[in-house]
Design a protein around this ligand. Structure first.
Ligand code: ASP
Length: 315
Protein backbone atom coordinates (compact mmCIF):
# COMPACT_ATOMS: atom_id res chain seq x y z
CA UNK A 1 0.00 0.00 0.00
CA UNK A 2 1.10 3.57 0.26
CA UNK A 3 0.35 4.82 -3.22
CA UNK A 4 -1.36 8.18 -3.54
CA UNK A 5 -4.88 8.25 -4.92
CA UNK A 6 -5.79 10.69 -7.67
CA UNK A 7 -9.10 12.47 -7.31
CA UNK A 8 -9.83 15.25 -9.77
CA UNK A 9 -10.02 18.64 -8.13
CA UNK A 10 -8.53 17.49 -4.85
CA UNK A 11 -4.87 18.26 -4.33
CA UNK A 12 -4.25 17.52 -0.67
CA UNK A 13 -3.88 13.77 -0.71
CA UNK A 14 -1.47 12.12 1.67
CA UNK A 15 0.67 9.08 1.10
CA UNK A 16 -0.76 6.27 3.21
CA UNK A 17 1.67 5.42 5.99
CA UNK A 18 1.37 2.25 8.00
CA UNK A 19 2.13 2.50 11.70
CA UNK A 20 4.47 -0.14 13.10
CA UNK A 21 2.67 -3.45 13.27
CA UNK A 22 2.62 -5.06 16.64
CA UNK A 23 2.12 -8.79 16.65
CA UNK A 24 0.86 -11.19 19.20
CA UNK A 25 -0.41 -9.06 22.07
CA UNK A 26 -3.37 -10.80 23.63
CA UNK A 27 -5.74 -9.90 25.14
CA UNK A 28 -6.11 -6.83 22.97
CA UNK A 29 -8.88 -4.22 23.04
CA UNK A 30 -9.26 -1.38 20.54
CA UNK A 31 -11.85 1.35 20.48
CA UNK A 32 -12.61 4.52 18.60
CA UNK A 33 -11.96 8.07 19.80
CA UNK A 34 -10.85 9.48 23.16
CA UNK A 35 -13.68 7.90 25.10
CA UNK A 36 -12.09 4.61 24.03
CA UNK A 37 -9.58 5.01 26.84
CA UNK A 38 -12.00 4.62 29.81
CA UNK A 39 -14.06 2.14 27.78
CA UNK A 40 -10.97 -0.01 27.17
CA UNK A 41 -10.10 0.19 30.86
CA UNK A 42 -13.58 -1.10 31.75
CA UNK A 43 -13.27 -3.90 29.18
CA UNK A 44 -9.84 -4.98 30.44
CA UNK A 45 -11.09 -4.92 34.05
CA UNK A 46 -13.95 -7.21 33.01
CA UNK A 47 -11.51 -9.65 31.40
CA UNK A 48 -9.28 -9.57 34.47
CA UNK A 49 -12.32 -10.35 36.62
CA UNK A 50 -12.93 -13.48 34.57
CA UNK A 51 -15.42 -12.12 32.03
CA UNK A 52 -15.57 -13.41 28.48
CA UNK A 53 -14.58 -11.26 25.52
CA UNK A 54 -18.26 -10.60 24.74
CA UNK A 55 -18.76 -9.47 28.38
CA UNK A 56 -15.73 -7.22 27.98
CA UNK A 57 -16.88 -5.44 24.81
CA UNK A 58 -20.36 -4.97 26.25
CA UNK A 59 -19.08 -3.62 29.57
CA UNK A 60 -16.56 -1.34 27.88
CA UNK A 61 -19.04 0.59 25.77
CA UNK A 62 -21.67 0.70 28.53
CA UNK A 63 -19.22 3.09 30.16
CA UNK A 64 -19.46 5.43 27.14
CA UNK A 65 -23.25 5.10 27.02
CA UNK A 66 -23.32 6.82 30.41
CA UNK A 67 -20.71 9.50 29.66
CA UNK A 68 -22.51 12.81 30.02
CA UNK A 69 -19.78 14.67 28.15
CA UNK A 70 -20.36 12.57 25.03
CA UNK A 71 -23.00 13.98 22.72
CA UNK A 72 -22.88 11.11 20.22
CA UNK A 73 -23.48 8.04 22.36
CA UNK A 74 -26.28 7.20 24.80
CA UNK A 75 -29.41 9.05 25.81
CA UNK A 76 -27.42 12.24 26.48
CA UNK A 77 -26.58 12.31 22.76
CA UNK A 78 -27.80 15.00 20.39
CA UNK A 79 -31.34 14.42 19.12
CA UNK A 80 -32.81 14.10 15.65
CA UNK A 81 -34.42 17.10 13.97
CA UNK A 82 -37.67 16.50 15.90
CA UNK A 83 -35.75 16.82 19.17
CA UNK A 84 -35.85 13.08 19.98
CA UNK A 85 -32.74 11.08 20.83
CA UNK A 86 -32.77 7.63 19.19
CA UNK A 87 -30.04 5.04 19.64
CA UNK A 88 -28.42 2.33 17.51
CA UNK A 89 -26.14 -0.49 18.69
CA UNK A 90 -24.70 -3.83 17.62
CA UNK A 91 -22.68 -6.61 19.17
CA UNK A 92 -20.96 -9.55 17.51
CA UNK A 93 -18.99 -12.56 18.57
CA UNK A 94 -16.26 -14.17 16.47
CA UNK A 95 -18.34 -17.33 16.06
CA UNK A 96 -20.87 -15.39 13.95
CA UNK A 97 -23.48 -14.73 16.67
CA UNK A 98 -24.72 -11.16 16.51
CA UNK A 99 -27.49 -8.85 17.63
CA UNK A 100 -28.51 -5.27 16.98
CA UNK A 101 -31.08 -2.64 17.87
CA UNK A 102 -31.84 0.55 16.00
CA UNK A 103 -34.03 3.64 16.35
CA UNK A 104 -34.56 2.83 20.03
CA UNK A 105 -35.88 5.37 22.50
CA UNK A 106 -35.64 5.64 26.29
CA UNK A 107 -33.16 2.80 26.79
CA UNK A 108 -29.92 3.73 28.52
CA UNK A 109 -27.90 0.72 27.39
CA UNK A 110 -28.77 -0.21 23.81
CA UNK A 111 -25.64 -2.38 23.67
CA UNK A 112 -27.09 -4.66 26.36
CA UNK A 113 -30.38 -4.76 24.47
CA UNK A 114 -28.45 -5.77 21.33
CA UNK A 115 -26.91 -8.58 23.37
CA UNK A 116 -30.41 -9.69 24.42
CA UNK A 117 -31.39 -9.80 20.73
CA UNK A 118 -28.31 -11.93 20.05
CA UNK A 119 -28.72 -14.34 22.96
CA UNK A 120 -32.44 -14.52 23.67
CA UNK A 121 -34.23 -14.10 20.34
CA UNK A 122 -34.07 -15.94 17.02
CA UNK A 123 -33.38 -12.59 15.30
CA UNK A 124 -30.43 -10.36 14.54
CA UNK A 125 -32.01 -6.91 14.56
CA UNK A 126 -35.01 -5.38 16.33
CA UNK A 127 -35.89 -1.74 15.86
CA UNK A 128 -37.98 1.13 17.18
CA UNK A 129 -40.99 0.40 19.34
CA UNK A 130 -40.33 -3.34 19.06
CA UNK A 131 -36.92 -2.86 20.62
CA UNK A 132 -38.40 -0.72 23.39
CA UNK A 133 -41.01 -3.40 24.08
CA UNK A 134 -38.25 -6.01 24.24
CA UNK A 135 -36.41 -3.82 26.73
CA UNK A 136 -39.55 -3.59 28.90
CA UNK A 137 -40.09 -7.36 28.70
CA UNK A 138 -36.47 -7.94 29.73
CA UNK A 139 -36.72 -5.62 32.71
CA UNK A 140 -34.59 -2.77 31.35
CA UNK A 141 -35.47 0.54 33.01
CA UNK A 142 -37.30 2.88 30.64
CA UNK A 143 -35.97 6.41 30.99
CA UNK A 144 -37.99 9.61 30.91
CA UNK A 145 -37.80 11.08 27.42
CA UNK A 146 -35.99 14.36 27.92
CA UNK A 147 -32.83 15.84 26.48
CA UNK A 148 -29.74 16.22 28.61
CA UNK A 149 -28.99 19.89 29.45
CA UNK A 150 -26.09 20.00 26.93
CA UNK A 151 -28.11 18.33 24.18
CA UNK A 152 -31.06 20.63 24.80
CA UNK A 153 -28.88 23.72 24.58
CA UNK A 154 -27.30 22.54 21.33
CA UNK A 155 -30.65 21.54 19.84
CA UNK A 156 -32.27 24.90 20.59
CA UNK A 157 -29.30 26.64 18.98
CA UNK A 158 -29.53 24.35 15.94
CA UNK A 159 -33.25 25.10 15.63
CA UNK A 160 -32.47 28.77 15.08
CA UNK A 161 -31.30 27.88 11.57
CA UNK A 162 -32.24 24.19 11.26
CA UNK A 163 -29.45 23.62 8.79
CA UNK A 164 -28.13 20.13 8.34
CA UNK A 165 -24.42 20.51 7.76
CA UNK A 166 -22.15 18.01 9.50
CA UNK A 167 -18.88 19.41 10.82
CA UNK A 168 -16.06 16.97 10.26
CA UNK A 169 -14.89 15.25 13.48
CA UNK A 170 -16.87 17.61 15.66
CA UNK A 171 -20.05 16.57 17.42
CA UNK A 172 -21.27 14.41 14.60
CA UNK A 173 -18.82 11.52 14.78
CA UNK A 174 -18.11 10.13 18.19
CA UNK A 175 -19.59 6.68 18.01
CA UNK A 176 -17.77 4.11 20.04
CA UNK A 177 -16.81 0.97 18.18
CA UNK A 178 -14.83 -1.57 20.20
CA UNK A 179 -13.16 -4.76 19.01
CA UNK A 180 -11.36 -7.20 21.26
CA UNK A 181 -9.57 -10.51 21.48
CA UNK A 182 -9.06 -12.63 24.59
CA UNK A 183 -5.91 -14.54 25.52
CA UNK A 184 -7.10 -17.57 23.54
CA UNK A 185 -7.80 -15.58 20.37
CA UNK A 186 -11.60 -15.41 20.66
CA UNK A 187 -12.86 -12.12 19.30
CA UNK A 188 -15.90 -9.90 19.78
CA UNK A 189 -17.00 -6.38 18.99
CA UNK A 190 -19.55 -3.76 19.98
CA UNK A 191 -20.71 -0.48 18.52
CA UNK A 192 -23.11 2.06 20.02
CA UNK A 193 -24.25 5.54 19.02
CA UNK A 194 -26.97 8.15 19.04
CA UNK A 195 -26.14 8.56 15.35
CA UNK A 196 -25.87 11.76 13.45
CA UNK A 197 -27.17 14.78 15.25
CA UNK A 198 -30.28 16.37 13.73
CA UNK A 199 -30.80 13.37 11.47
CA UNK A 200 -34.23 12.74 9.96
CA UNK A 201 -36.54 10.96 12.39
CA UNK A 202 -36.13 7.22 11.77
CA UNK A 203 -32.68 7.47 10.19
CA UNK A 204 -30.41 4.56 11.02
CA UNK A 205 -26.65 4.65 10.44
CA UNK A 206 -23.97 2.03 10.01
CA UNK A 207 -23.40 1.26 13.69
CA UNK A 208 -26.20 -1.32 14.16
CA UNK A 209 -25.73 -2.82 10.68
CA UNK A 210 -23.66 -5.99 10.95
CA UNK A 211 -20.99 -5.75 8.27
CA UNK A 212 -21.13 -1.96 8.05
CA UNK A 213 -20.33 -0.60 11.52
CA UNK A 214 -19.01 -3.88 12.93
CA UNK A 215 -17.87 -7.29 11.77
CA UNK A 216 -16.01 -10.04 13.63
CA UNK A 217 -14.79 -13.44 12.48
CA UNK A 218 -12.56 -15.56 14.74
CA UNK A 219 -10.91 -17.10 11.68
CA UNK A 220 -9.67 -13.73 10.41
CA UNK A 221 -10.13 -10.64 12.54
CA UNK A 222 -12.47 -7.81 13.45
CA UNK A 223 -13.28 -4.32 12.24
CA UNK A 224 -15.41 -1.38 13.31
CA UNK A 225 -16.25 2.00 11.84
CA UNK A 226 -17.08 5.55 12.78
CA UNK A 227 -18.08 8.52 10.71
CA UNK A 228 -20.85 9.26 8.24
CA UNK A 229 -22.89 6.05 8.41
CA UNK A 230 -24.32 6.36 4.93
CA UNK A 231 -20.84 6.38 3.39
CA UNK A 232 -19.86 3.31 5.43
CA UNK A 233 -23.02 1.34 4.61
CA UNK A 234 -22.46 1.97 0.89
CA UNK A 235 -19.25 -0.05 0.97
CA UNK A 236 -20.18 -2.54 3.71
CA UNK A 237 -17.06 -1.18 5.39
CA UNK A 238 -16.34 -3.51 8.31
CA UNK A 239 -17.18 -6.67 6.36
CA UNK A 240 -15.00 -5.43 3.50
CA UNK A 241 -12.03 -5.01 5.85
CA UNK A 242 -12.41 -8.49 7.35
CA UNK A 243 -12.70 -10.00 3.88
CA UNK A 244 -9.61 -8.11 2.69
CA UNK A 245 -7.72 -9.47 5.70
CA UNK A 246 -8.99 -12.96 4.82
CA UNK A 247 -7.37 -12.49 1.43
CA UNK A 248 -4.04 -11.69 3.05
CA UNK A 249 -4.00 -7.94 3.64
CA UNK A 250 -2.75 -6.64 6.96
CA UNK A 251 -5.33 -4.75 9.06
CA UNK A 252 -3.64 -1.49 8.06
CA UNK A 253 -3.73 -2.31 4.35
CA UNK A 254 -7.35 -3.41 4.64
CA UNK A 255 -8.40 -0.17 6.39
CA UNK A 256 -6.60 1.92 3.76
CA UNK A 257 -8.28 0.01 0.94
CA UNK A 258 -11.70 0.48 2.57
CA UNK A 259 -11.11 4.23 2.83
CA UNK A 260 -10.13 4.36 -0.85
CA UNK A 261 -13.26 2.42 -1.78
CA UNK A 262 -15.37 4.77 0.34
CA UNK A 263 -13.82 7.80 -1.33
CA UNK A 264 -14.51 6.31 -4.76
CA UNK A 265 -18.15 5.56 -3.95
CA UNK A 266 -19.19 8.78 -2.21
CA UNK A 267 -19.71 12.24 -3.60
CA UNK A 268 -18.71 15.43 -1.74
CA UNK A 269 -15.94 13.58 0.04
CA UNK A 270 -14.46 16.79 1.43
CA UNK A 271 -17.47 16.97 3.78
CA UNK A 272 -17.40 13.31 4.78
CA UNK A 273 -15.36 11.87 7.61
CA UNK A 274 -15.15 8.14 8.18
CA UNK A 275 -12.60 6.05 10.01
CA UNK A 276 -11.95 2.33 10.36
CA UNK A 277 -10.24 0.30 13.05
CA UNK A 278 -9.21 -3.34 12.66
CA UNK A 279 -7.25 -6.19 14.18
CA UNK A 280 -6.36 -9.62 12.88
CA UNK A 281 -6.06 -12.85 14.80
CA UNK A 282 -2.31 -12.34 15.14
CA UNK A 283 -2.92 -9.16 17.12
CA UNK A 284 -1.86 -6.81 14.32
CA UNK A 285 -3.70 -3.49 14.33
CA UNK A 286 -4.80 -1.09 11.59
CA UNK A 287 -6.60 2.25 11.47
CA UNK A 288 -7.24 4.75 8.73
CA UNK A 289 -9.60 7.63 8.02
CA UNK A 290 -10.68 9.86 5.17
CA UNK A 291 -9.61 13.09 6.91
CA UNK A 292 -7.22 13.80 9.79
CA UNK A 293 -8.48 13.75 13.35
CA UNK A 294 -9.46 10.13 13.87
CA UNK A 295 -7.83 8.46 16.85
CA UNK A 296 -8.32 5.27 18.78
CA UNK A 297 -7.43 3.67 22.09
CA UNK A 298 -5.41 0.46 22.26
CA UNK A 299 -5.25 -1.62 25.42
CA UNK A 300 -3.38 -4.71 26.48
CA UNK A 301 -3.25 -6.00 30.04
CA UNK A 302 -0.28 -3.70 30.68
CA UNK A 303 -1.00 -0.54 28.73
CA UNK A 304 -3.91 1.60 27.53
CA UNK A 305 -2.97 4.41 25.14
CA UNK A 306 -4.34 6.78 22.51
CA UNK A 307 -2.99 6.50 18.97
CA UNK A 308 -3.59 8.93 16.10
CA UNK A 309 -4.67 7.36 12.86
CA UNK A 310 -3.32 8.40 9.49
CA UNK A 311 -5.74 9.61 6.86
CA UNK A 312 -6.06 9.73 3.09
CA UNK A 313 -6.28 13.51 2.98
CA UNK A 314 -4.19 15.93 4.98
CA UNK A 315 -5.13 19.30 6.44
N1 ASP B 1 -21.43 6.19 12.40
C1 ASP B 1 -22.40 6.95 13.13
C2 ASP B 1 -23.67 7.06 12.33
O1 ASP B 1 -23.60 7.33 11.15
C3 ASP B 1 -21.95 8.32 13.48
C4 ASP B 1 -20.68 8.40 14.25
O2 ASP B 1 -19.70 7.72 13.97
O3 ASP B 1 -20.65 9.20 15.20
O4 ASP B 1 -24.73 6.95 12.90
Amino acid sequence: MGSALFIPGVSNIAEAKSPALIKGEKPLILSTWNHGLPANAAAVAKLKAGGTIIDAVETGVRDTELDLSNLSVGLQGLPDREGITTLDASIMSGDGSCGAVAFVRQVKHPISLARVVMEKTPHVMIVGEGARQLAIAEGFPIEKEELSPNAKKAYLKWKETSQYKPIINIENHDTIGMIGMDAKGNMAGSCTTSGLSYKMHGRVGDSPIIGAGLFVDNEVGAATATGLGESIIRICGSFLIVELMRQGRTPQEACEEAVKRLIAKNKDIKDIQAGFLAMNKDGEVGAYAVHPGFNYAKATLQKNEMIDSNSQFTG
